[in-house]
Design a protein around this ligand. Structure first.
Ligand code: NDP
Ligand code: PYC
Length: 337
C-alpha cells in the first residue's frame, strides 16, 4: 500500500495549517495540532489524524469556539480551574499545567479542573507533561452517552478515559491510558471506515443484542471493559469529572449536542501528586521502590503499558511518521478546503 513519511514537525505544521485555515486562532490551533501529531507519532490511530475531520465538523456545527480564550482561576489553593471558553481542551490544559505542577510540588497534591471544553484527545500527552515534571498523575473525563452500564442495554455512560502516570528518573514513565469501554469509540469508527467487523463482546445494537457490525454498534451501545468493574470506574468518572466539577455528564453532553457525530463538550479532571511529599519521613525511596516493582513485572515477561507507544515514538523519530495514501489525501483535501 503506498505510504508517505513525514517528519514530526512537518506533520505538525500541516495539521496546524488546516486548523488555522479553518479559522482557529494560533492559541487553539497549535495545541490541537500538537496532540493529534503526538497521537500519530505514537501509533495511536484512534486519536491521530483521523480526528482532524471530526474537529472541523464540530467547528462547522458551531459547537466549538475557534477563537476561545481559556481563562485561569487560581486562588492559591489546591484546586486550579481553567474555563476553556468553549474551545478545545488542549489549549486549556497548556494554560493550567504550569500552575498545576507548581502547586502539586508546593502542597503535595493539586487538581486542575478544565470546564466548558470540546474534548477529543488521548490523555497520555497531558500525563506525560506531569511525569516529566517528576509528578505522579491521574486524568479522567466523561464523553457523551455511547456505553451501556453493565447489566443495562442502552447507551448512558461515555467511553470515559482514565489515565495514570508515574515518573521514573532513569526510565520512560509508567503510563497507562484507556477508555473504560472495551475500546475507544474511535476504534469502532476506524473499523467502520475499513469495512471490518468488530470482535465479539465490544458492543450491542439498538435492541441490546450483541453485534459485530460497527454501524449497529455506533447506533446501539458499546460495552464497558471488565463488566461491572469497568462500569463502576466509568460511573466514578461521571461523578468526579462531571457532577463534582460542575460540568456535563455524558448523558447531559449528548443532550446538549443532540448527536454523537461531532466531538463531545464537557470538562476534565487532572490530579497531580508529589511522591517526595507523600513519602517524606517514611522509609525507602519511592522511586527506587517503584522501579523494583516495575522491574519485577517486566521480569515475568509482561509488557508495560505505553511500551508499544514508546517504541512507535522511537520509530517515528528515527524514520518519520508514516501515513497511508488515503490519510495524506484527506489531509491535503482539508488543507485546501
Ligand atoms: P488500548 O486498549 O489500545 O490501550 C490502553 C492502555 O493499555 C494503553 O496504555 C496501552 O499501552 C496498554 N496496553 C494495551 N495492551 C497491553 C498489554 N498487552 N499489556 C500491557 N499494556 C497494554 O486503548 P483504548 O482503546 O482503551 O484507548 C485509546 C485512547 O483513547 C486512550 O489514549 C484514551 O485516552 C483515548 N480516549 C479518549 C476519550 C476522550 O473522550 N477524550 C474517550 C475514550 C478514549 P500502549 O499504548 O503501549 O499499547
Ligand atoms: O474514542 O471514545 C473515543 C472518544 C470519544 C471522544 C473522544 N474520543
Amino acid at each position: 500500500m503506498p505510504q508517505t513519511s513525514f517528519s514530526i514537525d512537518t506533520l505538525h505544521q500541516k495539521v496546524a495549517r488546516i486548523f488555522l485555515n479553518a479559522g482557529l486562532s494560533p492559541q487553539q490551533a497549535q495545541p490541537v495540532a500538537r496532540v493529534i501529531t503526538a497521537g500519530e507519532r505514537d501509533g495511536c490511530k484512534s486519536h491521530g489524524v483521523y480526528r482532524v475531520d471530526g474537529c472541523l465538523r464540530t467547528l462547522r456545527a458551531g459547537k466549538v469556539q475557534p477563537l476561545a480564550q481559556p481563562a485561569l482561576a487560581d486562588d492559591g489553593g489546591g484546586v486550579i480551574r481553567v474555563d476553556a471558553d468553549g474551545g478545545f481542551s488542549p489549549a486549556a490544559f497548556e494554560l493550567g499545567a504550569p500552575v498545576l505542577v507548581e502547586r502539586a510540588k508546593t502542597l503535595g497534591v493539586a487538581a486542575l479542573v478544565i470546564n466548558n471544553c470540546t474534548h477529543f484527545s488521548a490523555l497520555w500527552p497531558e500525563i506525560e507533561v506531569l511525569t516529566d515534571a517528576g509528578l505522579a498523575a491521574m486524568a479522567m473525563c466523561p464523553s457523551y452517552s455511547s456505553v451501556a452500564p453493565s447489566g443495562g442495554n442502552a447507551a448512558l455512560l461515555g467511553t470515559n478515559p482514565f489515565a495514570f502516570g508515574w515518573p521514573r528518573p532513569d526510565n520512560p514513565p509508567y503510563v497507562f491510558d484507556f477508555a473504560t469501554s472495551v475500546v475507544a469509540r474511535g476504534e469502532i469508527e476506524l473499523h467502520r471506515q475499513a469495512g471490518k467487523p468488530l470482535p465479539e463482546g465490544w458492543a450491542v445494537d439498538v435492541e441490546g443484542n450483541p453485534t459485530t457490525d460497527p454501524e449497529a454498534a455506533l447506533a446501539g451501545a458499546m460495552l464497558p471493559f471488565g463488566a461491572h468493574k469497568g462500569s463502576a470506574i466509568s460511573t466514578m468518572i461521571e461523578l468526579l469529572a462531571g457532577a463534582m466539577i460542575g460540568d456535563l455528564t455524558s448523558d447531559e453532553a449528548l443532550a446538549y449536542l443532540g448527536t454523537t457525530s461531532i466531538l463531545p463538550h464537557h470538562g476534565e479532571l487532572i490530579l497531580a501528586f508529589s511522591p517526595e511529599r507523600f513519602s517524606a519521613g517514611r522509609p525507602g525511596d519511592p522511586f527506587a521502590r517503584a522501579d523494583a516493582l516495575i522491574d519485577a513485572i517486566v521480569g515475568q515477561g509482561a509488557r508495560l503499558p505505553s511500551q508499544r507507544r514508546f517504541a512507535a515514538r522511537k520509530a517515528s523519530v528515527r524514520d518519520g511518521i508514516v501515513l497511508s495514501e488515503a490519510e495524506v489525501a484527506l489531509l491535503d483535501r482539508l488543507e485546501t478546503a
